[in-house]
Design a protein around this ligand. Sequence first.
Ligand SMILES: Nc1nc2c(ncn2[C@@H]2O[C@H](COP(=O)(O)OP(=O)(O)O)[C@@H](O)[C@H]2O)c(=O)[nH]1
Ligand SMILES: [Mg+2]
Length: 365
Amino acid sequence: MGFKCGLVGLPNVGKSTLFTALSSLPVERAKFPFSTIEPNMGIVPVRDERLYKVAALVGIEKITPATLTIIDIAGLIKGAGKGEGLGNRFLAHIREMDLLLHVIRGFQAPDVPHLAGEPNPIRDIEIINLELILADLAFLERKREKVFRNAKSKSREAQLEKELVEKIYEHLNNGKPARSLILSAEEKSVAGGWQLLTMKPEIFVVNIDEKDLSVGESETVRSVKRLSKKTSTPVISICASLEAEFEEMEEDERAVFMEEYGLPDTGLDRLIKTGYDYLGLITFFTVKGKEARAWAVKKGTVAREGAGKVHTDMERGFIAAEVIDWEELIKAGSLTEAKEKGSIRLEGKDYLLKDGEVVLFRFKV
Ligand SMILES: Nc1nc2c(ncn2[C@@H]2O[C@H](COP(=O)(O)OP(=O)(O)O)[C@@H](O)[C@H]2O)c(=O)[nH]1
Ligand SMILES: [Mg+2]
C-alpha cells in the first residue's frame, strides 16, 4: 500500500476526469455538478522501474507493485460542511485518506459552467478550505459533548482531550485549518486519531489547459504557487483531459505522444513522486519465492516494522534482515553473486530501512 488520497475541489474543476485518467476506471462525467454520485475508489499501481529490473534479474514473473488509492467524491459546494449540499455525505470518505488532492480549475472552457461564475483560483481554494473547516467544526461539536462527559472522570487523558477540542475549535473558528496549529507530540497523536479533514496534508493540483503546456506557466498556476508558499503546500500542474488520453494509450504510443508534447513524465508519475516525498514515504522490495513486491513505508521505519508490513508473523519472529541496495544487486548480476561478494548485509531489528533496498527477512514462527 502506497498512500490513500481523496480528490476535493469545486464542481466542474475536473476531479472525475482526473480520477478516470489516474485510475483508468470509467466514471460517468457530465457538465453539471454532482455528476459523481457515489464515491469512486481507484487502486492505481505505482510504476517503479526498479522493481521490474530486480524481478527480471532474479527471474521472477509475478510482480506486485505498491498501490495508490484514489477516491473521487461529488463536488463540494458551499454549505456542504453543514450538510446543506450533497457533499456532506461524502466528506466521511475523505476522513479515511492520508492526503487531500485539492483540484483547482486552471482551464478555460465557456461550455463548462463554474459554480461561482468565473474561475478564480484563490477564491475557489478559499471556498473549499472553508467547507472543510466547517465540516471539522461540526465534527468537533459532536466530539465536544462526549469529551465533556469523559472529562468528569478527571483522568489526565480526558482533560487533555477536552482542552485539545477547545484549542482546535478556537483555531478553526478563526478560519484557519487545523494543520496550521502548532501541537505537542502528545496532542498530535490524540488529534491524529480524529481524522480531521483540515489536519490532513494537501497538495494543490491545478488542472491546466492543454495549450498552457506549450505556452508555459499560466497566471492561475502562478497565483496558486504564490499562495502555496505561505503554507509550503506542494503544487503540481496536470492537464486532466490529456492525462485521460494518455491512460488509454499503449506504453509505446504514450511515449511518442509525450515526447511530442515535451513532457518528461505523466501527471500520475508526478503525483506519486510528490505524494511520496511530501508524506515521507520510501520503498523497499522483497523477492521471495515466486513474487517480487514493492512496499511503501514511512521514512524512519526499522527492519522489524518493515517485516510486519509483509506479515505479522515475520515481525513477531524477526531474526534479521538481509539487505542490499537494488542497484548493487543489479551490478552483482545475481543474488548468489551478491552474496559471494559479501554485498548483502545482515542487519538487526533496529536497522533503518532505506529507499530502494531489496530486503530478505529471516524469521522463525
Ligand atoms: N477544456 C477542458 N475541459 C475539462 C478539463 N478537465 C475536465 N473538463 C471538463 O469539465 C467538465 C467537468 O469535469 P469533471 O471531471 O466531471 O469535474 P468534477 O465535477 O470536478 O468531477 C467535463 O465536461 C469535462 O470534460 C480540461 O482539462 N480541459
Ligand atoms: Mg465529479
